[in-house]
Design a protein around this ligand. Structure first.
Ligand code: NAD
Length: 335
């Protein structure tokens, strides 16, 4: 059993922790919480062990929420730490992981140089085999890479251009905006997403631009891929149908918005409406010669969860085929 702990139990951390609990070859050592809030209470009710910084132990004692030690204890008990702390905090923790000679997974909010390799399971799994530090790229980059690497099986890609419509905040966040504007973020082109894609696909010619929209549900990407040769829509549909981690919706099912996608997830009883797959709008797929256009939606809160689980196995030297199969089955990802 691989003993894993999760440092930073927020949007990503809680999902990764629960996914770890579902893996047949992993054991969740526990999670870190900095304050004894409702999330800590819920974690405790799920039987998850909580570790806190020393300065918070008194607050936890007063609240009645049991802690199993401090964060250093949690690191000591683990083989691997999944760091899901806020942007930049993971890099500060790295010295602690190094001190105890522990391997770690970082998230996309950290700079690429925090890790030996930036990771996307369908693109460069093997580069992460037996590495000490792996960075799972951001939600937007994960979706871009998953889609691009799948399309690249159809032929050589000449260039990629993408427009990213970003959700303004996660559903739990009440202090972020905008609520009445579309904001160019960044105002300059290319946006940082292209650079992040290049942290995995070093030689890809990609330019991205991004805009923030007042929604919390999902991101949407408008993708334009130019191949070196002519490409047919049927081949694209076929490869998406045969790629777990990518699903398609169409106007036949009357779905043409992120709201309807999330409603389906709710109707299906998916935990927290999570959709770990890239959701391609089938009717948007259009080809002209060597050019492909398509639009897809990205559930930002959960798309990186399977990648984190695969990164844990990659660090442990387990093959891509084996890991992706176990992860998909345990995560209910469509085959
Ligand atoms: P979050 O704010 O929801 O969760 C971070 C958690 O870390 C919080 O529970 C916070 O209390 C805790 N924390 C803060 N300081 C800490 C410390 N010093 N020690 C231990 N815990 C601490 O953030 P998030 O959205 O889960 O993002 C985490 C990482 O995942 C970031 O790198 C982010 O860029 C990346 N990411 C986020 C999303 C998303 O849509 N939310 C998607 C993909 C990747």
């Amino acid at each position: 059993m691989i003993r894993v702990s999760v440092n930073g139990y927020g949007t990503i951390g809680k999902r990764v922790a629960e996914a770890i609990m579902l893996q047949p070859d992993m054991e969740l050592v526990g999670v870190s919480k900095t304050s004894p809030n409702m999330e800590a209470l819920v974690a405790q009710s799920k039987g998850i062990k909580i570790f806190s910084p020393d300065e918070s132990s008194k607050k936890f004692e007063e609240s009645g929420i049991k802690i199993s030690g401090n964060i250093e204890d949690m690191i000591k008990y683990s083989d691997i730490i999944v760091d899901a702390t806020p942007n930049g905090v993971g890099a500060q923790y790295k010295t602690l992981y190094e001190k105890y000679e522990k391997r770690a997974i970082f998230q996309g909010g950290e700079k690429p140089n925090v890790a030996d390799v930036s990771f996307s399971a369908l693109c460069n799994y093997d580069e992460a085999l037996n590495k000490k530090y792996v960075r799972v790229v951001s939600c937007n980059t994960t979706a871009l890479l998953r889609t691009i690497c799948t399309l690249s099986k159809l032929g050589k890609i000449d260039k990629v251009r993408a427009t990213i419509v970003r959700r303004a905040a996660d559903p739990k966040e009440f202090k972020k905006g905008p609520i009445n504007a579309l904001v160019l973020d960044p105002a300059t082109i290319p946006s940082h997403h292209a650079k992040d894609v290049n942290s995995v696909l070093k030689d890809l010619d990609i330019i991205t631009s991004a805009i923030i929209a007042p929604t919390t549900l999902m991101h949407v990407h408008l993708l334009n891929v130019t191949f070196k040769q002519q490409i047919d829509k049927e081949d694209i549909v076929s490869i998406f149908l045969n790629t777990p981690r990518i699903v398609m919706v169409s106007s036949r099912s009357k779905i043409s918005s992120t709201a309807e996608i999330i409603e389906v997830a709710r109707d299906l009883g998916k935990m927290r409406n999570d959709i770990r797959e890239v959701v391609v709008f089938e009717d948007s797929i259009y080809t002209k010669g060597s050019e492909v256009f398509l639009t897809y939606a990205v559930h930002q809160e959960s798309i990186v969860v399977p990648e984190n689980i695969d990164a844990i196995r990659a660090i442990n030297g387990i093959s891509a085929d084996e890991s992706i199969k176990i992860t998909n089955t345990s995560q209910g990802i469509s085959g």
